[in-house]
Design a protein around this ligand. Sequence first.
Ligand code: ADP
Length: 420
Amino acid sequence: MRFSKDYTNVRPSQLSVCPIYFRLMATSDKDLIKSLEARIAELTRSEERFRLMVNTVIDYAIFMLDAQGNVASWNEGAKRFKGYEADEIIGKHFSLFYSKEDVERKHPQFELQMALEESRYEEEGWRIRKDGTRFWASVVITRVNDSKGNLLGFSKVTRDLTEKKMNAEQLRLAYENLEKRIQLRTKDLEAALKSRDEFLSIASHELKTPLTSLKLQLQLSQKRIEKEPDSSPIKKDLARSLSVGVRQVNSLTGLVDDLLDVSRIQQGVLEFHKEEFNLTELVEEILYRFQEELKNARCVMLTKFDSEVKGKWDKSRIEQVIVNLISNAIKYAPGTEILVTTRKETSSGVVEVADQGPGIEPSKVETIFDRFTRVASTKNVGGLGLGLFITKRIVELHDGKINVETSPGQGAKFIVRLPL
Ligand code: ADP
């Protein structure tokens, strides 16, 4: 048998009045009537099950709105979130769930309009409970049509995400708080660093004057003792003490000079007086002065020089650079070969100082050029950790570059390139 119309979606309550039902009653096909009755019973049960399911859901507010936005059905979840009993709210407009400001800006109407046009509208926002308290809701409004596509109303599914929102809010506040604390701490640290730099600057200036006069006094005493006859019983002892004193004062002066240079660099007042000179000649002069130190450290000095590497640089500052690199090689690689090279490249004059000492771990290579930074493996050797910081600044202020090639146990090679 063929139906002229599809009745499969017809609600059970409507079936008893449909013409096909009577036509079927008139036939003697009892099996068909039985199966139709079974289907009606099944549909009724399924509708009931669905209604019960929706009604008992408590984690979601699920309800219908009619085409004007009046509440048409209500479930347990809706009652739980919003606080209204079904008989209090059914028939009332859903704008009751919105704040005064939302109602004034016609937000509920906007939501329905969007669902009408797009079939579905979704958002998160504050909603108001019956007792006036707020909750953070995730809302989905879906347009519901009849079988011909005419608007029947809207289904509305709402979830209470207040806790999630609060957690996120707490997290945001905690994060903001942390950021503020970090900012304060950074300010404190900056202030502490500034005070340290100011202190070092003042201290090094204050130390410099008495040190200079002490050195002068020692040198005068040295001259006077030289004039004493060799027969004088104290001449030898005094001369030795004075030369130890001069050496100590020299190394103290070196440290104070480094501190002074650091504060000059910090203040951007490191001065340069450029003149033309031959880098190789300067390196030779310096190495000559290092003879005794090299001998004491049992270092063998090897050299590889281009005869002429002329450029216009600040001679005493470049001298400081080379002295720093050679002193470090002697300090950190005693008893090894040190190779000093000068070379003329297309656009730069190059000085290299390579030793066979402990080398530097790759992860520490960048840090050795920072202020007061020393590598743990070489900390048993004295120093303030300023030499390479000053060296790098001097080279960079000449528009040059300093690099280091090194690996642990394989020595270190410092390469300075100065523009010609
Ligand atoms: P200082 O020698 O006073 O510590 P520097 O700024 O000259 O300061 O050097 C920084 C650090 O770099 C040193 O403490 C040392 O750990 C490392 N370093 C410098 N030169 C060498 C070298 N030739 N071999 C191994 N390590 C070195």
